[in-house]
Design a protein around this ligand. Structure first.
Ligand SMILES: Cc1ncc(COP(=O)(O)O)c(C=O)c1O
Length: 438
């Protein structure tokens, strides 16, 4: 049997191999990104070891003076980035931020409206029967926004009709959560906010995916379009550590603060909080350029894939206004099988349920779609010019059925020119270097 020390060495080796694997692959998972070396430093600082429950200045533990100062800077930077009166940076993930929003604005048994998973919603907004957080954890009754499959977006008129009908039947919607995991175009927050508010519905927006694009000023700004509250992850298009945040207005500050602590976090992982502060400073300095490049690159990628023969969603709508590009791959197989084939070629993507999949009997384990996100490759320095090459790798593997192991060699060669993290205060740092401290 291996000794604990041998197991430790094996673990270290696995981590190192993982980093090497990513250094040679094309990372296109839409919910991921890479952090800068400055953020990495924060993650291994002493903040990692500490506790600081509560709000800065009102902590339950001693020893927090520097932690308080860092957290206040994080709050201030996030308020500037999202032009928000109030921000809470303590949620430790996007789901945690959503649970805090539900806690602040609803009671168990209330009704919430969101997109179904097939139409782009996230499991944290899901019904109880699917184990979704809103239903199974918070006891909310979930009703779905109506969806227009042509326009790949929430159907404004049909949603209004549905809310009127529910109201007549005595079902009062308490919270409407826009946003989602599959999001190609801005949601109709502007178009629906006044209507929703006339029914006393709190307007929420889950910006887990698009928070970096909102901060960079290239995507809809939910709080300016009528949303009362916006939850987010800070590690998808927002290139910080894995964490969450909530942005809102002063009038809701007390109820959100109380929902976050003591509601959903006690200690809130101070090293990633510090990392978020640094990432927010980077976002303030480089976010506009980065976010504009992300959207331009995603559009170019959609077009390149389309030109190679793929069924890319949104052909008549410019493919995308976010970091995401979505393909229906059923001409060539199913999403899960194609995900695994691409992985063999060093192309990392995730399968995704498409809007019409439930109708054609497809399930999330092997759905009809592939979701792609360009935010991480943009952080590595790629842009619209590289997208034809990346799309050609897809064609070789999926359409031409070339040996993925052979394609993998080409992918690794191509990746050699894209090893550094861009849009940071520090230049020249290797994105996937395994940092050895001993
Ligand atoms: C719309 C949406 N909300 C919430 C989450 C959960 O975020 P986290 O993984 O930070 O908890 C995701 C994750 O991908 C998401 O897509």
């Amino acid at each position: 049997m291996s000794s604990p020390h041998d197991i430790f060495l094996k673990l270290r080796n696995l981590l190192e191999k993982h980093n090497q694997f990513f250094a040679e692959s094309i990372p296109l998972i839409a919910s991921e990104n890479i952090i800068s070396p400055a953020v990495k430093e924060a993650l291994i600082s002493d903040f990692e070891h500490r506790y600081a429950e509560g709000w800065p200045g009102e902590r339950v533990y001693a020893g927090c003076m520097f932690i308080d100062e860092v957290e206040l800077i994080a709050i201030d930077l996030m308020k500037r980035l999202f032009d928000a009166e109030f921000v809470d940076v303590r949620p430790i993930s996007g789901v945690t931020a959503n649970v805090a929003v539900y806690t602040a604005f609803t009671e168990p048994g209330d009704t919430m409206m969101a997109l179904s998973i097939a139409k782009g919603g996230h499991i944290s907004m899901g019904k109880k029967k699917f184990g979704g957080t809103a239903g199974a954890v918070k006891g909310l009754n979930v009703e779905y926004f109506e969806f227009d499959e042509e326009r790949l977006n929430i159907d404004v008129d049909a949603t209004m009709k549905k809310i009127k009908k529910l109201d007549k039947e005595g079902v009062k919607v308490k919270l409407a959560m826009f946003g989602g995991s599959l999001i190609l175009f801005p949601h109709p927050v502007k178009e629906l906010s006044d209507f929703l508010k006339s029914y006393n519905i709190i307007v929420g927006y889950d910006a887990a995916h698009v928070s970096g694009l909102v901060a960079g000023g290239v995507f809809q700004h939910p709080l300016k379009e009528g949303a009362d509250v916006m939850s987010m992850s800070t590690h998808k298009t927002f290139f910080g550590p894995q964490r969450g945040a909530i942005a809102s207005f002063n009038k809701y500050a007390d109820q959100i603060k109380r929902a976050v602590f003591p509601g959903i976090v006690s200690n809130h992982h101070l090293h990633t909080m510090a990392g978020l502060a640094i990432a927010a400073a980077e976002m303030l300095a480089f976010g506009e350029e980065y976010a504009a490049n992300v959207v331009k690159t995603a559009k170019a990628f959609g077009e390149a894939l389309y030109n190679k023969g793929f069924d890319v969603l949104g052909v008549n709508l410019g493919f995308t206004e976010t970091h995401q590009v979505v393909m229906d791959v059923t001409k060539y197989g199913l999403g899960g099988d194609i995900e695994r084939l691409l992985e063999k070629a060093g192309i990392i993507v995730n399968r995704n349920l498409l809007f019409n999949d439930p109708k054609r009997g497809l399930h999330y384990e092997n759905p009809g779609g592939i979701r792609l996100g360009v935010q991480e490759v943009v952080r590595l320095g790629m842009g619209p010019d590289e997208m034809d090459t990346v799309a050609e790798f897809f064609k070789k593997v999926i359409i031409d059925k070339e040996d993925p192991v052979k394609v993998r060699k080409m992918v690794a060669e191509f990746r050699k020119d894209f090893q550094e993290v861009k849009y940071t205060f520090v230049s020249g740092a290797k994105a996937y270097e395994f940092i050895k401290l001993f």
